[in-house]
Design a protein around this ligand. Structure first.
Ligand code: CTP
Length: 397
């Protein structure tokens, strides 16, 4: 897919630098040529020999390398590629880029290039969340730099959170999207995500444990393949991805209204954990302990958004994907759910507490379609999203 494309890969100094070796391999598998640049600190984590052996190309390391300068000057090097990729992009490299520094080979190439740049950040979660890094990130995005990741998960330093380098296949996907229009260019895809909050009174609500992580990852993966994404989200723990149209809602009824108001979609993915019931007697004022006994909540069933869209006679997306959150007999229940709701695919997952899936970083899913059930191994939610997005692209792209 990247045949004849030239990638200049800058490997920064971080524990995730080892993944750059796999990235080189994956890129070469797609037919790309990878010219590697290893920073001084990157060389503390991976050896120059392994980098150049895997790339099968000359490795560049120093700004003042006279041999290299005689063969190819740094200005020419910065412009000879179709895309510059920085993976891992450390906090330091991002700061240099945002500030326009050029005090080593990597930063000089990044300042001198006339090509697009894609960064894959990787760092400790506190460093990632630091206002300085977030400022630099905002600057880079407004300068037109493309960003993939970081992902959420366990870190080599023992902490947990955002800061893990995106997986090599995800970076390949982002490179492909950056260099092409993407297989989903021109396609509109609707994604629902997150929990819904159903009010009991103005200060209390009923909710569920969905973090919105899987739906967010799917929207991001679809956008990376060039789709125009409408992202209808309940109150999630994770921020919405960039590059998508975000519609924020609270309740199931609002989610249905937002879905119905969205432009006609080519595909729709219903990843939201919609509350099945709302409180029918939710009042406009706070329920008080007034000595007249315990309040009684009456429930009403919420509209089923997935079933409503699946059964539309006009303007139905050609591919409707639902999720099935189950705690037992996962495949049997999900298979029945697909038929009952009328969607094309169901992504089934086991959300029993012991799996740690709801609110966690990983997922184990089975994709159920007309063709039967396809079980995927346990993997990060972003990787599930990348795979699903690819499948959607194959189906409608
Ligand atoms: N869904 C929806 N609207 C609802 C309930 C669910 O759109 N009111 C969608 C979810 O986004 C998901 C799928 O339906 O794609 C299945 O959700 P799930 O909670 O697994 O199933 P339920 O329909 O709630 O069925 P049950 O509670 O019986 O398992």
């Amino acid at each position: 897919m990247l045949a004849d494309k030239r990638i200049l890969l800058i490997i920064g100094g971080g524990i995730a630098a080892f993944k750059a070796l796999d990235l080189i391999r994956r890129l070469r598998e797609t037919g790309a040529t990878v010219t590697p640049v290893l920073t001084r600190s990157g060389a503390q984590f991976v050896t120059p020999l392994s980098v150049s052996a895997l790339a099968g190309e000359k490795l560049y390391q120093d700004l003042f390398d006279l041999t290299a300068e005689a063969e190819m000057g740094h200005i020419e090097l910065s412009r000879s590629a179709d895309l510059i990729v920085v993976a891992p992009a450390t906090a330091d490299l991002m700061a240099k880029m945002a500030g326009g520094l050029a005090n080593d080979l990597a930063s000089t190439l990044l300042l001198a290039t006339d090509k697009r740049v894609l960064v894959a950040p990787s760092m400790n979660v506190r460093m990632w969340e630091h206002p300085a890094t977030q400022r630099n990130l905002a600057q880079l995005i407004s300068d037109g730099v493309l960003v993939v990741g970081p992902n959420e998960g366990d870190m080599a330093c023992g902490e947990y959170g955002y800061g893990r380098l995106a997986e090599p296949l995800e970076i390949v996907g982002a490179i492909d999207a950056a260099l092409s229009d993407g297989p989903l260019k021109g396609k509109h895809i609707l994604v629902t995500s997150g929990p819904t909050h159903e009010p009991i009174d103005p200060v209390r609500y009923i909710a569920n444990r969905s973090s919105g992580a899987q739906g967010t990852a799917i929207a991001k993966a679809l956008a990376a393949l060039g789709a125009d994404v409408t992202f209808v989200t309940g109150p999630a723990d994770v921020p919405p991805p960039s590059g998508v149209r975000v519609v924020s809602v609270q309740t199931a009824a609002q989610m249905l209204a937002a879905v119905q108001a969205a432009p006609v979609a080519d595909a729709a993915v219903f990843a939201a954990a919609v509350a099945d019931w709302r409180v029918a007697n939710a009042g406009p004022s706070k329920i008080k302990k007034d000595g007249n006994g315990l309040p009684t909540l009456e429930f009403a069933e919420n509209p089923d958004i997935l079933a409503t869209v699946s059964q539309m006679t006009q303007g139905r997306p050609s591919l409707v994907v639902g999720f099935a959150a189950e705690t037992d007999d996962v495949i049997a229940h999900a298979t029945a759910k697909r038929l009952r709701k009328g969607c094309d695919w169901i992504v089934a997952n086991d959300v029993s507490p012991e799996t740690g899936i709801m609110g966690g970083a990983e997922n184990v899913v089975t994709l159920i379609s007309d063709a039967g059930a396809e079980s995927w191994p346990r993997m990060g939610k972003q990787e599930v999203a990348t795979r699903l997005a690819r499948k959607i692209a194959d189906a409608i792209g």
